[in-house]
Each structure stands twice: as structure tokens, then as C-alpha cells.
Design a protein around this ligand. Sequence first.
Ligand code: FAD
Length: 499
Amino acid sequence: METKEAVIIGSGVAGLAIATRLAIQGFRVKVFEKNAYPGGKLSMFEQDGFRFDAGPSLFTQPRNIEELFEAAGEPVRDYFTYQPVNISCTYFFENGKMVKVAADPQTFATQLEEATGEPAINIINYFADAEKLYHDVGNIFLNFSLHKKNTWLHKRVLKALRTVKSAYLFSSLQHYNKKVFHTPEAEQIFNRYATYNGSNPYKAPAMLSLIPHLEINEGVFYPAGGMVSITNALYNLAKKKGVEFFFDTPVDRIVYTENRALGIVARDQNIPADVVVSNADIYFTYGRLLKSPVKAKKVLKQERSSSALIFYWGIDKSFTTLGLHNIFFSQNYQQEFEHIFTRKTLFNDPTVYINITCKEDPADAPAGKENWFVMINVPANSGQDWESLKQTARQNIINKLNRLLQTDIASLISSETIMDPLIIEERTGSYMGSLYGTSSNSKMAAFLRSPNFTPGIRNLYHCGGSVHPGGGIPLCLKSAAITAGIIEKDQQKYHSSAH
Ligand code: FAD
């Protein structure tokens, strides 16, 4: 039998994972990437003796990576190692409260009770509910296509329906959390989980209360060598499985006639394929690669996720109070989200996230110094004056850190690079610089997200943060698995109908 050809557009985590999955299915796989390096948002850079992961910093659910290696029959430990992180996050509040919480539910609950007075039992019950919600409902939403009949005919759907309380669908996450918790600190900590997929806790449904399950019940991990090791492991695995990579090779368009994809055009060359998978943002896949502005516009019916401003700072001091993940909360969380999602601008008291990888790997910064990845959530780009917003945000962040860390941060910054939504779009092809494709602010979000196949165009598929089941490394890896599953079934169907 002739070997079938698969072309993947983009080498983000999902692109890398599906390349391996299709190679396992027997395809000859070629990956075309516009950048000179693999990984998309999951990349790194070095600056003045400091190493920085450019994008993602929180690593959960390593199981998704292990499953891929198992499917490929390769020992994951030969490519990738990681360790659990004991402290999930250190939270700072403007009222002077500070709490370091563990990445296990019981200790987390005790620590939060001691620091804020929130009864531990409320927190323990919340994690138990989150676990049930994840297992009964999240598993369907995240591991199966929502656009295939078979998903809905399975008996697990009945179990899911029994678990879904109306509050999960009809309350916002913030409303739900306010009912559960007695203290503003606990409410704010659990509201923040909406930002894990670029959403607004005051709008997004309480279904997102399952997210803490991934972080606290299942644990937080740190990959040896930093987050970029995930990219390196997936890239090396794909190469081991015979996948061919073409870097610095932007794909200009997908070739299709009537109802079937035939291949791609890259650098004026026609590359025929039996299967095309786009790992590029779905908006650009329709708008630029399929030249279908009407379909691209349809994608925009769903609100884009938030973006970020990131300041990569080399800091000339070591802070013992800080850990790997640190949050300095806004005093007015509601106003912050109102600014980001409604006014599409920045709030003057932003919640500041600082990731410091040299806490786990001292080689990431010179002795006595620290590599700070300082991030605030901002609206997706809609033409704001980013130069001016960056300067204001920088000063607001410095003022806040000076207040909460009792120091002069500006005098400690010896090295700086800044990333904004425009740069995120330019580097990773993410429309409007959104970090997670579309937001989950609508209760129908999971159903409105684009499917992993293209209705009306056979042999053209999609994976990655802008399609089902959504953004973030775990979900992107799941999206690659879902898409590969659909392709396998379609191939069997086409094969049997041909005989
Ligand atoms: P992407 O990373 O979006 O890559 C797509 C690739 O396609 C790119 O390499 C691009 O160059 C390429 N491409 C696009 N168009 C073309 C074309 N025409 N031709 C060829 N190549 C093309 N997730 C977490 O799990 N934890 C976090 O802590 C976290 N924090 C984040 C912080 C930041 C600042 C950012 C930006 C993201 C963060 N995320 C986080 C989200 C996570 O990074 C993404 O959801 C995930 O990496 C997206 O992977 P993807 O497979 O969709 O591909």
C-alpha cells in the first residue's frame, strides 16, 4: 500500500504532538513552520546571562506528554524529566496578608485558613467538587470532539448530566466562589483560575471551578531545563518517528477544490498531501490560508481570550520571600476585569504574576540575581496605543512591587525585554495576541469553539489553542490526540468505502 502524506502547518505543542501521532498511524509527515525554531509560544531566549521561558510558565498534567510517548513506544525519561513543585504559588494581598500554598489540597486548605481565616473545610470541599466535575464532565469536554455524534451517544454523558448542577452553567465563577467562601482572599484566589484560559471570572461560567483540580489535586510540576524542555522533547520524539521539519517556511495557502484539501503552497511550491492539519490560529487558517474572510469572521463571533504584557527582567538581588510562582493581587479585581474585557484597556492596579525559574534551576540566573518573568493580563489587541500603555503599566507594576516587597525595584532591574500583544501575534501567529485562542466567557464557549475538522472540506483538520478543547499546554496536547483520533477514523471510513 502507498504511504500517505500528511502536512502540518505550525510546530506549536499541538503541531508537534500531532506530527508524532500521525507518524505512528503510518503517514509520512512534514511540518512547515514560519519561525526558525519549533514550539510557537513555548520557546525560550537568553539575555545578559539570564534564561527566560518566553511564554507558558505553569506546567500541569504531565500525563498528556507521557501518553504521547507511550503511544510512540519511546521511554519518556530518555527525552524529558520533571519534578513536582511543593509550593503551588505565593500570594500577596494589598492588606498585607501573604500566603504560600502547597500543591496538595489538605495542606493548601490549612495554610489558607491560617493566613486568611477561610475555614479549611470550604477549601477541601471545593477541591473535592472540582475533582468530581473534572472526572464526570471535564473528561468529556476535554478528551472528545463535541462535534461528533458518537461523543453524545456514550453512557458517560448520562453521568455527566447528573453531575452538572445548574450553578456550574448559570452562575459566573465569581458568583459561585462568593457563595462558597467567607473571605475575600479565598474568593480572589479561586476567581483567578478563570485567567488560566484567558477568561473573566465575573462572566465565565462556574464550570471553570474544575481548573483548580488540575493544579492542586493533580499537582504542579517543573520540567528539568525549563518549560522549553517540553518543546524539545516533543520535537525530538517527532524526529525519532521520522517526521520532517521545514523551518523558516511560512505556508501561504491551503489548496482545496470543492470539498477536499489537496495540499499546501509554501515558498511558491506546491506540496500535495492526503491530509492537512493546521496548527495555526483558526482565524488565520480561514482568513489567510483558505482565503475565506467570511468563515474567518464567523470565528470572531466568539470573544478572543485576553493577552499579556510581559516584562523579562534580570534582577540584581535574590528574594527569599518569593518562589517559582508569585501573585500580587489587585485591590479591585472586578475593576481590573472590567478594564480588560469591557473597556479594552489596562487597570492602574493590575494583578502582577512573577515567575522565577532560577528558584528551581539556579543556572537560569547569575549568582545572587534572579530572572523575573513579570506578567499582567491585558486585552487582546484591538488597536490600543501599546507603547504608551506599556510605559504606564511598567510604572504601575513597579509601584505595586515596591509597596508589597518594601524595596526599590527599578534600581534592581539590570536587563529588560518587553513582550506585548502585537509581538505575540507577530511571533506566534495568534490573532490579536490572544494567549488562549477564544475566551470561555460565554456559557456556550465549549460548543462555539471551532471543531477539529473542517465542515465541508474533507482531509483538512485543526489542532491547537484556538480550536476545541482550547488553550493551555494540557488542552493543546489533548486537541492533538482528539484530531489524530478523528483522522484515524476518517481514514478507515474512506478506506472501507473505497473497497
Ligand atoms: P502555538 O504555540 O500557537 O504555535 C503555532 C505555531 O504555528 C507557531 O509556531 C507559528 O509560528 C506557526 N504558524 C502560524 N501560522 C503559520 C503559517 N502560515 N505557516 C507556518 N507556520 C505557521 N499555557 C499553559 O499551559 N501554562 C501557562 O502558564 C501558559 N502561560 C502562557 C503565557 C504566555 C505569555 C503565552 C503567550 C501563552 C501561555 N500559555 C500557557 C498558553 C500556551 O502557550 C498555548 O496555549 C500553547 O502553547 C499553544 O500551542 P499551539 O499548539 O496552539 O501552538
